[in-house]
Ligand binder design. Structure first.
Ligand SMILES: *Cc1c(COP(=O)(O)O)cnc(C)c1O
Length: 218
């Protein structure tokens, strides 16, 4: 079996320079994260706020913590002091809460808006129309303590590469059309996981979220 460092090194060697690697460490114990940290990794992704907070308390403070899971409004306050990017923002209500908690902590919190691209009921996210409505609303303009850095999406869990490619391409096209509206300056497209990140990069991803290929199966 490869070590975490070997896995990280081999993945990093395949990533183009403009692509950021989020090491998805959910469910993994702190010593595994430390091994990745010692191999140079500084961006970690977690999908539960409580678990992320516990790891943040125990780990070195130069780590950037990304929340990649679905966020419950009532838990935003626990991560507001330290989270560096929230990937799964899918409503104005949630953005307003993040803004409120960011203000309390005297900071601006970076967010990605999650777009629904899969053909699975279980996945979260906005469609293009809802995204447009959110970004052009008066309420959105008032939010000074959040910054929208880009979009995030998850493809359908399938072996069908054409299906996945279609969904990633769809997200990229939404990104491009929002960019043209000139409301927010989008920089980041977070798409791609262990099984599909190479395809995601071909389709325009600038941020990949990789867990099992680094830390092993969960
Ligand atoms: C778990 C998870 C990942 C990483 O999945 P792997 O297949 O282990 O790479 C990426 N994104 C999200 C949103 C996740 O929940």
């Amino acid at each position: 079996m490869n070590t975490i460092k070997q896995n990280l090194d081999s993945i990093k060697s395949t990533l183009p320079e403009h692509v950021t690697l989020v090491a998805v460490s959910k469910t993994k114990p702190v010593p595994d994260l430390i091994e990745a940290y010692e191999a140079g990794q500084r961006i970690f992704g977690e999908n539960k706020i409580q678990e992320m907070t516990e790891k943040w308390e125990q780990m070195p403070k130069d780590i950037q913590w990304h929340m990649i899971g679905h966020v419950q409004t009532n838990k935003v306050k626990f991560m507001a002091p330290f989270v560096s990017l929230i990937h799964g923002v899918d409503s104005l209500k949630l953005l307003q809460e993040i803004n409120k908690q960011a203000l309390k902590n005297n900071r601006v919190i970076d967010c990605l808006l999650q777009i629904y691209i899969a053909e699975e009921e279980s996945k979260f996210g906005l469609d293009e129309k809802e995204l447009n409505q959110l970004l052009t609303s008066a309420e959105f303009k008032e939010l000074k303590n959040i910054r929208i850095l880009g979009l995030m999406g998850m493809a359908t869990f399938t072996e069908d590469q054409n299906q996945i490619k279609k969904e990633f391409t769809h997200l990229k096209s939404i990104f491009d059309s929002i960019q043209k509206l000139d409301i927010v300056d989008l920089k980041t497209i977070s798409m791609g996981m262990s099984g599909d990140y190479q395809l995601a990069i071909e389709c325009g991803s600038t941020m990949v979220r990789i867990g099992s290929s680094i830390f092993g199966g969960r």
